[in-house]
Design a binder for this molecule. Structure first.
Ligand code: SF4
Length: 427
């Protein structure tokens, strides 16, 4: 597979979303946190719409609500007023302030404004405040996500906490089912852990009897403060450098050992992940995961006749694409074109028409290509807003791979069935 950079004068139908969107997901995954976008109302509305369509939960995102005047003279007073309103109306434990294109362009110094606000309100009980710079012309939602994880750890972790035998986990933009599965795995190994962010409950909650002004669940602030005193940090996905990652910051400033592995998808990556946990915990891999691995292998044998030699186009986050490609190679599928945002959907469409793969794997945003070319799309990643339950699609571990593999085989079988003149009742 050769690397292709598509040369065009403008992006059409971008594969990436805006940076404060990634920041908002991270803030939603922290206990008692309210995201506040410093910019115009439209940014918050767009991001809320996107998150609600994927997660199907109410999502509150505040805005400092720029007017023409603030766009010219700066948004300092708007931001201070927004902070006061949020504190009065929501009583959050943390306000996560992400900048937007507009506030970055005019050069508002959000960190200095927060400092000034704290000084002006000395003596009043104030929540924690974290700020992150997320201009969308300088990064995607994945960049915004990782920058926010780094900002939260940099601004909240403390050296004054006691040392703990603990594992910090930075999983990236995985599904809520993946977060729950990770919790289950670490618990089964007897590992004390903190996952940041953890939006499994806040963005995929149970039914409410009463309206909650703030989401429930999320990484406890006490655990974030203690991250600098943990023994290990684990990055899932290997796209980040030490400088860009919270684990790198903790290693450099607090001596926390930095570990990383790919998303555990497929046999090889899952084996590496479980081996790592076995080493950290000095425990053998629990029997139930050995059985899941064995069932997955058996499914690979059974599904081989459908999958071998098939050709795939995969697009999405760098972590997800790398993991899925590793798994596809295990089952004899050839990834003919992969995109992690170095092209747009217009570019992907050109390659799909040229290469005629057997299926596409990626977010809902590839649906129009699928519809136009008749090539099936297996939805994975973010956003999935044209199917129900996209926020809780399990992908990680032997169990998640099993689910994904079953869906993939069925996509191929359905294609054979649908294109056969006589149809098949038995494939
Ligand atoms: S103006 Fe920038 S920050 Fe706001 S929605 Fe558009 S891309 Fe996102």
């Amino acid at each position: 597979m050769e690397k292709t950079i598509i040369d065009r004068p403008a992006t059409r139908n971008s594969c990436v979303l805006c940076a404060p969107l990634g920041a908002s997901i991270v803030f939603q995954g922290i206990e008692g946190c309210l995201p506040l976008l410093h910019g115009s109302q439209g940014c918050a509305t767009y991001i809320r719409r996107y998150l609600i369509s994927h997660f199907r939960e109410p999502v509150d995102i505040a805005s400092s609500n720029f007017s023409e005047e603030s766009a010219i003279f700066g948004g300092k007073e708007n931001l201070k007023k927004a902070l006061s309103n949020l504190i009065t109306q929501y009583q959050p434990r943390l306000i996560g302030v992400a900048s937007t294109c507009l506030s970055e362009t005019i050069g508002d110094d959000v960190r200095a404004i927060l400092k000034e606000y704290r000084k002006e309100n000395q003596g009043s009980p104030l929540p924690e405040m974290v700020n992150v710079s997320t201009p969308s012309y300088h990064g995607s939602h994945w960049d915004g996500f990782w920058k926010t994880v780094l900002a939260v750890v940099t601004q909240l972790s403390s050296q004054e906490e006691p040392v703990r035998q603990r594992l910090n986990v930075f999983p990236g933009l995985v599904s809520t089912a993946d977060l729950r599965h990770l919790r289950e795995i670490f618990t089964d190994f007897g590992i004390s852990f903190s996952i940041l962010p953890d939006y499994a409950d806040s963005l995929d909650s149970d039914a409410w009897d009463n309206y909650h002004s703030l989401h429930e669940g999320g990484t406890p602030l006490s655990e974030i403060r203690a991250m600098g005193r943990a023994e290990f940090s684990l990055d899932l996905g290997q796209a980040l450098t030490a400088e860009d990652s919270a684990s790198g910051y903790l290693a450099k400033n607090s001596g926390v050992t930095r570990l990383s592995c790919g998303w555990p998808v497929g046999i090889n990556e899952s084996d590496a992940f479980f081996r790592l946990l076995s080493r950290i915990s000095s425990q053998p891999v629990p029997e139930k995961y050995r059985q899941e691995r064995s069932r997955l292998l058996d499914a690979y044998y059974d599904g081989h006749k459908y999958m071998f030699g098939k050709r795939a186009v995969v697009y999405g986050s760098p972590e997800m694409v790398a993991a899925i490609v590793s798994m596809l190679k295990e089952i004899g599928v050839i990834p003919v074109f992969c995109s992690t945002a170095d092209t747009d959907f217009a570019g992907i469409e050109e390659r799909v028409i040229e290469l005629r793969p057997d299926f596409l794997i990626g977010s809902s945003k590839g649906y129009q290509i699928s519809r136009k070319t008749g090539i099936p799309l297996l939805r994975a990643g973010f956003p999935i807003h044209d199917r129900f339950g996209g926020q809780r699609e399990l992908l990680l571990g032997y169990r998640g791979t099993q689910r994904f593999f079953d869906h993939l085989v069925n996509v191929v079988i359905a294609g054979v069935q649908d294109s056969s003149p006589g149809g098949y009742a038995y494939v």
